[in-house]
Design a protein around this ligand. Structure first.
Ligand SMILES: [Zn+2]
Length: 294
């Protein structure tokens, strides 16, 4: 008899635990659904791996982030409950096949060059991994891109959305290319990426980068297959004035690679959204960078 009561008490406790878990997750989902039109709450939902339908709505909402819609719901508190890193990872989670694990070479590359992965413009293509193995893989990706020409250049091409945004900035103020050669300042081949790497570094440097012992070189040159220039979303420019910087920022272009002063990345969001996406601002020698929080 004693055993019977023990068993009953045990199952009652289990039932109560299960009930309270279900009830609390129900409440959370309700909060998320109420705030679903708010992109920040989608980032929260994404980071907490809510069910698929929610993520679908969120992905659509994030796609529409650039088109202002009337805000009918109050702002949720994601900024307070999520770290920058959590918000950044939530924003890029649907881009890569897998988010690299901390301590790996891929994670080091994601930290240095992963800023562009937050772009949710459906016209912008991103690779499904952070480093291409060879020219063939690079070309396969590049063949899927819709390219556009940068005005006032001979052969500078970027993904069309990025080129259009840059041309808008150039319509406001003159912004020259760094070298003037489109195939090195703009979209590069794997071979060009590799040639630049060999100019400044070698296999030993690569091994040190892969082991996390060397990071500063990443601000001078990208290891073979990992440059943002392979994606058609980066450009090297000669920017000296505040007016040039502002025109670029207003059109979604930012310095995102630490110590790489001429290098600009197309993020596609206005300056005031970068914090929401987890970016961290760092000013070095008067130069303002927007870095991944990894
Ligand atoms: Zn560059």
């Amino acid at each position: 008899m004693k055993r019977f009561w023990k068993k009953t008490a045990f199952f009652t406790i289990i039932a109560l635990i299960v009930f309270s878990l279900v009830a609390s997750s129900g409440t959370k989902n309700k909060i998320f659904s109420q705030n679903i039109r708010n992109p920040e709450s989608c980032i929260v939902a994404g980071s907490l791996n809510k069910h698929q339908q929610l993520n679908q709505i969120c992905t659509n909402t994030l796609h529409n982030i650039s088109t202002p819609t009337p805000q009918t719901t109050p702002t949720l508190i994601p900024n307070l409950i999520l770290t920058n890193k959590e918000r950044f990872l939530a924003a890029i989670t649907d881009k890569l096949i897998a988010i690299p694990q901390p301590g790996t070479y891929e994670y080091i590359l994601l930290r240095a060059y992963g800023s562009a992965f937050v772009n949710h413009n459906p016209e912008v293509q991103l690779p499904s991994k952070v480093v291409f193995s060879d020219e063939k893989e690079t070309k396969e990706f590049q063949s899927t891109l819709n390219m556009g020409k940068v005005n006032g250049t001979n052969n500078c091409y970027l993904q069309k959305a990025a080129a259009d945004a840059l041309n808008q900035a150039k319509a406001q103020v003159n912004i020259p290319l760094k070298s003037g050669y489109g195939d090195s300042d703009c979209t590069r081949t794997f071979a060009t990426n590799q040639r630049f790497w060999r100019k400044y570094a070698n296999n030993k440097t690569l091994a040190r980068v892969q082991q996390g012992q060397e990071t500063k070189i990443l601000g001078t040159v990208a290891p073979p297959g990992s440059s943002q220039h392979l994606w058609g979303l980066a450009i090297d420019l000669r920017v000296a004035s505040e007016a040039q910087r502002q025109a670029l920022n207003q059109n979604g272009w930012f310095r995102t690679v630490e110590y790489d002063i001429p290098h600009w990345t197309y993020i596609g969001y206005p300056l005031d959204k970068l914090g929401d996406l987890g970016f961290e601002n760092k000013v070095i020698g008067g130069v303002s960078y927007w870095l991944t929080p990894l």
